[in-house]
Design a protein around this ligand. Structure first.
Ligand code: HEM
Length: 269
């Protein structure tokens, strides 16, 4: 190769790298940072406490993260903001759960109203205590699955990030429902987690269900409970070893060994 050709080749390589670098920094900078900065490094928990810096958003500011103004998708639940960009197939524009993006539609997590956003959807005061408990399960899901970003100023947090009395009241009602739930039950409930690639996993520990140490873990068993007059709900209970098989209402999960500590329940569709 002549020296002219070598120089030309080098310049071309440098130019291609420069263009690539510009593209990465200009358009993908924030996404790259998400890979570099570990998940949940900015985390808040259900008690509203924070470990690191967090951002406070006004409703107007949050609109910049609707997946249209930029690639980023920020979801809000009970005033807490999560970056759900990696869940674009659920939350992207036009997808089933886009309604949860860039504004607070907490109520819809329980009622399934996904069609049209309105401000009232952030108001959960009309829900039953048990439904509020269900809502908190979603909050735990986002805490575990996505990166916490900050808080939306409004119904649940003030401009300083302090929780409002409204939020405190919601948490109290949900806690009450959880306690009542456990008192009504013959056996404590299982731990539950759901992942796209796995389905639902249920398992028992010495603290599952009650949150208090009990000296035995138990085996996961399926039980069908009737909720109200018509609706039947599948539920997972931790049955102590010596009592498994004694009550026909509590049966092993299909495809899961009777003595297993953990069962995977695949999604039905
Ligand atoms: C109150 C009602 C419902 C709510 C609030 C809800 C909410 C959600 C949310 C937020 C996700 C995404 C979770 C993530 O970030 O990974 C999701 C996923 C999913 N939902 Fe729902 N959902 C509801 C009802 C339903 C119903 C009735 C069905 C079935 C007909 C369903 C089927 C699914 C499936 C299959 C996925 C996973 C999709 C996939 O991974 O490709 N959902 N749901």
């Amino acid at each position: 190769m002549s020296s002219g050709a070598v120089v030309y080749f080098k310049h071309t390589v440098v130019a291609v790298f420069a263009i690539l670098l510009f593209y990465l920094v200009a358009f993908r900078g924030q996404q790259i940072l998400q890979y570099i900065i570990p998940e949940n490094s900015l985390s808040t928990r259900l008690d509203g406490s924070t470990q690191n810096e967090e951002r406070m958003f006004t409703e107007q500011e949050l609109l910049a993260y609707d997946g249209k103004a930029s690639d980023l998708l920020y979801l809000v639940i009970m005033g807490q903001v999560y970056d759900v960009t990696k869940g674009i197939k659920h939350y992207g524009p036009g997808e089933s759960y886009h309604m949860f993006i860039a504004h607070d539609a907490s109520r819809s997590f329980v009622t399934g109203e996904f069609e049209q956003y309105s401000e009232e959807l952030s108001d959960v005061s009309g829900l039953k205590d048990t439904e509020l408990q269900q809502l908190l399960t979603w909050l735990e899901f986002y805490d575990k699955t996505y990166r916490y970003v900050g808080k939306l100023i409004g119904r649940y947090f003030d401009a300083h990030g302090q929780e409002t009395s409204y939020r405190q009241h919601v948490l109290e009602r949900a806690a009450k429902a959880k306690d009542a739930d456990q008192e009504d039950r013959k056996y404590p409930s299982c731990n539950v987690e759901w992942k796209v690639e796995m389905g639902t996993r249920v398992w028992c520990t010495t603290r599952s269900g009650t949150g208090h140490e009990r000296g035995w873990a138990g085996r996961p068993r399926k039980v069908i409970e009737v909720d109200g007059d018509t609706r039947s709900v599948q539920f997972c209970a931790c049955v102590p070893d010596e009592e498994t098989g004694t009550d026909p209402q509590y049966v092993p999960f299909p495809g899961c060994n009777e003595t297993a500590d953990t069962c995977i329940i695949p999604d039905q569709n």
